[in-house]
Design a protein around this ligand. Structure first.
Ligand code: XUL
Ligand code: CO
Length: 439
């Protein structure tokens, strides 16, 4: 049975194609800087947005009607598994990602929930084997159920901490069973509403305790996935502890967790934190912690996480630039479309058009970023801009040969006034435009 009978397999047809069911830029086997596009991007579909979201917002009901909606909970979950793999095959996307709550209905007890999960995991495994599709990452949803009202690992209620631990344990086992390449921790409700009633020290210590327990258990069961923290500054929590890349890295460092975690950087979370996506990727990269990305984009006119499919070529180009500059590229991570169709795009086909748009935006960004690197458009400018550190007093500073005293001596002996040079940023931006237009 087909869930998307009107959708053909999406192939690369190039720029001149007028077929909306085709890629204009994503050509999986095309080699860019020594690797195929498929290898560079490691594309993934996010289960929750694609198979669970139906367009509800705080003011209105769902607008999308899917064929599985009328089924009983467990049958609905089974149908979604089949729809997931049909979509992956038709899009030619190699990976997917999910939370426990996305794939199986929650039962009345933990034991019942785990039983439901086992039924679905067996089906996921069967379909993975039949199609060759893989799990980029899985995670535990520790934010939807009302028990997480005060947080999960950072709840004031130790019973909730315990329930969270049991849920994470199960999802680590599921990750192992399905061969997940990564495991994500997004602290949706790990934060606080008001400092007036919050023991921030205890909450942060407890968050670290939970992550250490997860590291230990993964070792115990031989689950070799890369662990990832996904920073976000707020929403749903007013202040989230993993605010941004720098904050998450400081936390990992302080609690002796840095060796076990990298970061999953999401575009819309970056902008909510007041950063660009490329800023967050640069911070992660410079700290050896660029693990994976959640590819989407926000709306600069709105202050919340709109999770739109990415179409901004500046952002995808500069994101891919950071990934290409990263040692090993995206590594075990991937480009996961943590993105949802707009509420007004409620037809099944929109799920395909949205992924095609996002995938082509990233393929275009990859080609533009490769050209920026090959032609040294930015490297050349940066090398020249910092050239004062390659010789003379600058070289001494970099080599650690200078002190306040020696630098004072140097300044006192200089006859000429200091001369600065223009940044010519507008010229550089025009050069970037040219590269994006040209690929
Ligand atoms: C929420 C978000 C999550 C994580 C996984 O903003 O991005 O879906 O990616 O829990
Ligand atoms: Co995300």
């Amino acid at each position: 049975m087909s869930f998307f009978p009107n959708v053909p397999e999406i192939k690369y047809e190039g720029r001149s194609s007028k077929n909306p069911f085709s890629y204009k830029h994503y050509n999986p086997q095309e080699v860019v800087l020594g690797k195929t596009m498929e290898e560079h991007l490691r594309l993934a579909v996010a289960y929750w947005h694609t198979f669970n979201a139906n367009g509800t917002d705080p003011f209105g009901a769902g607008t999308a009607v899917r064929s599985w909606d009328s089924l009983s909970p467990l049958d609905r979950s089974k149908a979604r598994v089949e729809a997931n793999f049909e979509l992956l095959v038709k899009l030619g996307v190699p990976f997917y990602a999910f939370h426990d709550a996305d794939v199986a209905p929650e039962g009345a007890t933990l034991a019942e929930t785990n039983k439901n999960i086992d039924v679905i995991v067996a089906k996921l495994k069967e379909f993975q084997q039949a199609t060759g599709k893989k799990l980029l990452w899985n995670t535990a949803n520790l934010f939807t159920n009302p028990r997480y009202v005060h947080g999960a690992s950072t709840s004031n209620n130790a019973e909730v901490f315990a329930y969270s631990a049991a849920t994470i344990k199960k999802m680590l086992e599921v990750g192992k069973e399905l061969g997940a390449e990564n495991y994500v921790f997004w602290g949706g409700r790990e934060g606080y509403e008001s400092l007036l009633n919050t023991d921030m020290g205890l909450e942060l210590d407890n968050l670290a305790r939970m992550l250490h327990m997860a590291v230990d258990y993964a070792k115990e069961i031989g689950f070799g996935a890369q662990f990832l923290i996904e920073p976000k500054p707020k929403e749903p929590t007013k202040h989230q502890y993993d605010f941004d890349a720098a904050t998450a890295l400081q936390f990992l460092q302080k609690y002796g967790l840095k060796d076990y975690f990298k970061l999953n950087i999401e575009a819309n979370h970056a902008t909510l934190a007041g950063h660009t996506f490329e800023h967050e990727l640069r911070v992660a990269r410079l700290n050896g912690a660029l693990g994976s990305i959640d590819a989407n984009q926000g709306d600069y006119l709105l202050g919340w996480d709109t999770d739109e499919f990415p179409f901004d070529l500046y952002s995808t180009t500069l994101a891919m630039y950071e990934i290409l500059k990263n040692d090993g590229g995206i590594g075990k991570g991937g480009v996961n479309f943590d993105a949802k169709v707009r509420r007004t795009s409620f037809e099944d086909e929109d799920l395909f058009f949205a992924h095609i748009a996002g995938i082509d935006a990233y393929a275009h960004g990859l080609k533009a970023a490769a050209k920026l690197i090959e032609e040294r458009v930015l490297d050349g400018v940066i090398e020249e801009r910092y050239s004062s550190y390659s010789s003379g007093i600058g070289a001494d500073i970099v080599a650690g040969k200078a002190s306040l005293k020696s630098l004072e001596q140097y300044v006192l002996t200089q006859q000429q006034p200091i001369v600065n040079r223009s940044n010519r940023l507008e010229q550089l931006r025009a050069a970037l435009n040219e590269v994006i237009f040209s690929v």
